[in-house]
Design a protein around this ligand. Structure first.
Ligand code: 5GP
Ligand code: MG
Length: 181
């Protein structure tokens, strides 16, 4: 696919994200204060920056694991069909689990992943998403904690890509195509 020319407009600053991560981490800490071990599961690849920031705010015994589910490919539209490309390395039966997602959009990905992991009988499973696009939802699910609700825009940065680019932006920006009228 040829890359259409685009620019990135600022949506959520690095400072706003950091402040919100601190608040959310406090809530997570309270929820899991009695944990023996919290397995923090990052959904690759978009959550890698978010999970890094969240775990460093947690004063809990934490393990980090990753799961990769396919979704968008290289385009800007959800495929609705969720496939597991990389499963967890560790067992989660009887464990406390926090699933960390970058964006809940149609909801197919989070719903599928939560179903898959709940079937493995964790003691407690909670979910956090940095971003939520409620207007796009097609299945009935929402994360237990959400960083920011955003409108139906294609966003990048803070770990989130457009065709593998722009993950290294420190803020969240929205993609604006220059060839659109
Ligand atoms: P869902 O299954 O909820 O439709 O899609 C969730 C996944 O789609 C997210 O994990 C994320 O990877 C991807 N996604 C949703 N919205 C956006 C977006 O605005 N930008 C990017 N880069 N990915 C998105
Ligand atoms: Mg994702």
């Amino acid at each position: 696919m040829a890359q259409r020319p685009y620019v990135i407009d600022m949506m959520i600053s690095a400072k706003q994200i950091a402040a919100r991560v601190e608040e959310l981490s406090q809530d997570i800490q309270d929820e899991f204060s009695d944990t023996e071990k919290l397995v923090v599961v990052g959904l690759l690849r978009g959550s890698f920056v978010f999970i890094a920031d969240v775990v460093r705010e947690l004063d809990l015994p934490v393990e980090v694991d990753f799961l990769e589910a396919s979704s968008y490919g290289d385009g800007t539209e959800s495929s609705r069909e969720v496939r597991i490309l990389k499963d967890l390395r560790g067992e989660i039966a009887g464990r406390d689990v926090l699933v960390v997602e970058d964006i809940v959009d149609t909801g197919f990905t989070l719903k599928h992943v939560v179903g898959l992991l709940k079937a493995r009988s964790p003691r407690k499973l909670k979910t956090i998403a940095l971003l939520d696009k409620p207007s796009r939802r097609e299945v009935d699910i929402s994360a237990d904690w959400t960083g920011f609700e955003i409108p139906d825009e294609f966003v990048v940065g803070y770990g989130i890509d457009f065709a593998q680019r722009d993950r290294n932006l420190p803020h969240i920006g929205k993609v604006r195509f220059l060839d659109e009228g």
